[in-house]
Design a binder for this molecule. Structure first.
Ligand code: ADP
Ligand code: CA
Length: 414
């Protein structure tokens, strides 16, 4: 029997490529990697590499359709918000089971998402949409304080700012408008001309990693974010699982996430949801139709011992309808720190990495910034210095290991 062919959609700027390619190799798949830039290798190995216009999903779908006539494709997998939309369009053209295109578009757009969630009666903060060309003085007068201002389509908290007063509102608005003028942000067109304002939701924040099957949610992991995320900027640092929240609160979070996915029309494949929880229950911050970002996927393993598999392998198996031995995360607590950028400047040196790696419980320290790189902190920046991974018997111990490892790092910025 022929090996199933996987079409993997990889943006050129992704940390996720290696983990997915490794998972495809372990599964012995025929792999075709599509990216949005022509590669010199594509001519040499046309069935392994393919250039697609990621900005034009319908055109890309037509191209894949003719490719698939000769090389049948069993599944199409995207890795981020944009490739989720592209994967949906391609899967539709190929007649493969997948999320609908409108559902993936709704998941990608923070305002569209708010509209659908509120229509479905889900708990979301009150919100309003403004144009970057609006005079911020007017909405600043009657905004609900504290509030959060944010772009519609950026990620990693880039451009997300809390305002407690009309003065802070106006400053945040102008600052976000400038961020939206940066070429990569402006590239998404019309959505880059809008700013969403919503009430600040107090409370503990969690991230839910899940997998949908016909709209039914399977929870792969629920992460606590133990660091306070109260603004004015929202730098994500630590994700740790299992969650320490009471079981009833966790159940409410899961139910809320499943309803939110359904309200967006998402039915199949990975979701990454962020919620806050307080005395009034869970509140949806956002639901994305993709797995956890960056290198963070490495924090999850499913099954125990030799048979344990990575998140990426689990996702590929699920997409291809291959058997999955266990959807249960390993028993140990697991945590990741996205190493924050302490200040702006040029990274001249990063010392102490070996000492950080030697901290008990630490599995890996992956530095993704390079020497000489210009570091940009939030809210303008969106890249981490790197990632630290740890395991322990209990989530608190895993978190402590991350802090201890981080304290060993000496980040020299000039
Ligand atoms: P991004 O796509 O950049 O991650 P989010 O909308 O998820 O944008 O916002 C990033 C972070 O900002 C969230 O994880 C949360 O900590 C904080 N945040 C965003 N919106 C709100 C809100 N309405 N109330 C409280 N915190 C918020
Ligand atoms: Ca988010």
């Amino acid at each position: 029997m022929a090996r199933p062919r996987l079409l993997l959609l990889l943006p050129t700027t992704t940390y996720r490529a290696a983990a997915f390619v490794e998972a495809a190799r372990r599964l012995d798949l025929d792999l075709t990697v599509a990216s949005d830039h022509a590669s010199v290798f594509a001519a040499v190995e046309p069935t392994a590499l393919m250039a697609l216009d990621f900005a034009r999903p319908e055109r890309a779908a037509t191209e894949v359709l003719s490719f698939a006539a000769e090389h049948p494709v069993a599944a199409v997998v995207g890795v981020d918000d944009d490739t989720a939309v592209l994967a949906a369009a391609i899967a539709e053209a190929l007649g493969l089971r997948h999320n609908s295109v409108p559902a993936t578009i709704a998941a990608r757009d923070k305002h569209r998402q708010r509209v659908l969630l509120i229509e479905a009666g889900l708990p979301v903060p009150p919100f309003a949409l403004h144009s970057v060309t609006d005079d911020p003085e007017l909405p600043a007068r009657d905004a609900p304080y504290p509030c959060v201002l944010k772009p519609l389509r950026l990620s990693a908290s880039r451009g997300v700012i809390r305002a407690d007063t009309p003065e802070e509102f106006v400053a945040a608005f102008r600052r976000i408008a400038r961020i939206l003028e940066e070429p990569d942000a402006a590239a998404c067109g019309e959505p880059a001309r809008r700013i969403l304002v919503e009430s600040f939701v107090p409370g503990a924040e969690v991230a839910l990693e899940g997998l949908l099957d016909d709209g039914r949610l399977r929870v792969l992991a629920l992460f606590d974010k133990p660091d306070l995320l109260d603004g004015p900027f929202f730098e994500e640092t630590i994700y740790v699982t299992p969650s320490r929240l009471p079981a009833a609160v966790q159940r409410a979070i899961m139910r809320c996430t499943e309803r939110a996915a359904r309200a967006l029309g998402l039915e199949r494949g990975p979701i990454h949801a962020e919620l806050r929880t307080n005395a009034r229950g869970p509140w949806v911050i956002e639901v994305a139709a993709r797995p956890i970002g960056g290198r963070c996927g490495q924090v999850l393993r499913f099954g125990e011992g030799e048979g344990a598999i990575s998140l990426e392998e689990l996702l590929l198996r699920h997409a291809l309808g291959l058997p999955v031995a266990s959807f249960e995360r390993e028993r140990a607590a697991s945590a990741v720190m996205m190493i924050p950028t302490p200040r702006a400047g040029r990274l001249s040196e990063l010392r102490g990495v070996d000492d950080a790696r030697a901290v008990p419980g630490v599995d890996a320290v992956a530095i993704t910034a390079h020497r000489g790189q210009q570091l940009v902190p939030l809210p303008e920046g969106s890249r981490y210095l790197g990632f630290i991974f740890a395991h322990a018997d209990a989530p608190e111990a895993a978190t402590r290991a991350l802090h201890a490892a981080h304290a060993k790092l000496d980040i020299v910025i000039t």
